[in-house]
Design a protein around this ligand. Structure first.
Ligand code: XBP
Ligand code: MG
Length: 269
């Protein structure tokens, strides 16, 4: 069953002539939909305590470890690079430790206030109303995505027609695999879509897949070089909370990024 039927919501409006771009917006999750990396960090540290480990990832250390995408890969990197106590033992148990972390993360998301970043719900609502497909392309696991979408509410949850996540692909960001998967599921070409990302690995992945990229900087990640991105902003903005332009080729032309803004930028790119 193609994802559009499976998801019960439009993947992309049927072509009627040269469809306006974007036909889909593909959002990254962590750091883009919501500032979730602090919850991931707390979940990792909770799992370390659960396993009796004296490991502790401070915000500063976690910011550095985030250069390695994927929680399991990040754990293996930490063990190799920092040689913590019980490292050899835990290297054999990374999947078990990561599963405990994921359980903690989904519990934190489900019990805490989930605040989507500025403009996210508004742009998703606008896209859905205009037949622009909404998709996710993320390194995190499908269960983490599901927990976040449940917490974000039915309107956002129902608007997302395609989810490409975590171990669905062999190579994580900055490899383009997860964006290639999202495009296959959307049945669209890269240049018809827009990626929204927060990190250097995510920008690299989207660009390697041929998508125009809109960057919304987040608290835990460095977006890397912005040349060649459509625009880099503090966030998508709201009418009463204007976004700030940080770089990229387009000029921000108002307090917030709307579908009309994106259409103008993509037409001029
Ligand atoms: C960011 C990541 C993920 C999260 C942790 O994903 O790199 O690894 O940090 O989640 P995104 P997991 O592509 O959404 O920015 O532990 O499930 O990997
Ligand atoms: Mg991210």
């Amino acid at each position: 069953m193609p994802p559009s039927e499976a998801a019960g919501c439009p993947v992309a409006a049927p072509r009627s002539g040269p469809a306006a771009r974007p036909r889909a917006i593909i959002f990254d999750v962590d750091g883009t939909l919501a500032e979730t990396e602090e919850l991931h960090r707390l979940a990792f540290n909770g799992a370390f305590r659960e396993f009796g480990l004296d490991w502790d990832w401070s915000p500063d250390l976690y910011r550095r470890l985030l250069k390695v995408t994927g929680g399991k890969e990040r754990l293996a990197h930490y063990i190799a690079a920092h040689t913590p106590s019980r490292g050899a033992e835990m290297l054999e148990r990374v999947a078990e430790l990561h599963a405990a972390k994921t359980a903690r993360y989904t519990a934190l998301v489900e019990t805490g206030p989930t605040v989507l970043r500025p403009g996210i719900a508004r742009l998703i609502r606008e896209a859905r109303a205009e037949g622009v497909a909404v998709a996710l392309a993320t390194t995190t696991s499908p269960e983490n995505v599901a927990a976040l979408l449940r917490a974000a509410g039915r309107e956002v949850e129902q608007a997302v027609g395609v989810i490409a996540a975590g171990d669905m692909v062999a190579r994580k960001k900055p490899a383009p695999d997860v964006y290639h998967l999202a495009l296959r599921m959307l049945e669209l070409e890269a240049e018809e879509c827009l990626a929204v990302e927060d990190s250097a690995a995510g920008v690299a992945a989207a660009r390697a897949a041929g998508l125009p990229v809109l960057v919304t900087c987040s608290s835990y990640t460095d977006p890397g070089p912005l040349e060649g991105t459509l625009c880099a902003l503090s966030d998508l903005g709201e009418a009463d909370a204007p976004c700030r332009r940080i770089g990229g080729s387009a000029a921000a032309d108002g307090p917030m990024v709307t579908l009309a803004t994106i259409r103008r930028w993509m037409a001029a790119a």
